[in-house]
Design a protein around this ligand. Structure first.
Ligand SMILES: [Zn+2]
Length: 186
């Protein structure tokens, strides 16, 4: 399926998608969920650690030469941690040699209001594309999504993609919006 939103993407968004596609290819990602374990095996200069982070922060990335240390809140569990880790990996690829400590979106939307800090938006965008590539979400989600089926699909696909339900719901809302554009452009 052609990418339904290619027409509206900025050069920077295209760059981010290319980076994500390169990683997904190297990791051999064909069906969800994206394996973070396979990522850390394929990119051994990235390391992962649970850490005590300042209150209100979910993750950070530390840099030393070629090494990238991704740290996530030791108290966090489950699928939310996967998005945090993907976000920090995004900083590692997109914002070379910079260190970040982050508060991470729990309902990232492509069509939502962009935050004041574009660098954080880019890392969220990267994470969403890495874990829930839109063409794959489009393929696996029901063709018709109304308010009721969207909630049920968000729950079902959150498990499939290994993300939280609010994140999957936001992703499906973006999908509905993209499909609308696709119909108009066809
Ligand atoms: Zn960040």
């Amino acid at each position: 399926m052609p990418c339904p939103y290619i027409g509206r993407m900025s050069d920077r968004e295209n760059e981010i998608i290319s980076t994500v596609s390169y990683i997904q290819g190297k990791v051999g990602f064909r069906e969800p969920p994206f394996s973070l374990q396979a990522f850390f095996e394929a990119f051994p200069h990235y390391q992962l650690e649970a850490a005590r982070l300042p209150r209100g922060f979910h993750g950070e990335i530390l840099v030393k030469g070629e090494w990238r240390l991704v740290r996530y809140r030791v108290e966090s569990k489950g699928p939310a941690v996967r998005f945090t880790i993907a976000h920090e990996i995004g900083h590692g690829f997109l914002h070379a040699d910079e260190e970040f400590v982050c508060r991470i979106s729990t309902t990232f939307r492509l069509f939502g209001k962009k935050p004041a800090d574009p660098v954080e938006w880019e890392a969220d965008y990267f994470a969403a594309e890495l874990l829930m590539p839109m063409p794959m979400v489009n393929r696996l989600a029901r063709k018709r999504l109304d308010a009721e089926s969207l909630s049920a699909e968000a729950k079902r696909l959150a498990r499939v993609f290994g993300v939280t339900v609010p994140l999957m719901r936001a992703r499906l809302q973006d999908l509905v919006r993209m499909r609308t554009f696709e119909v108009k452009m066809a």
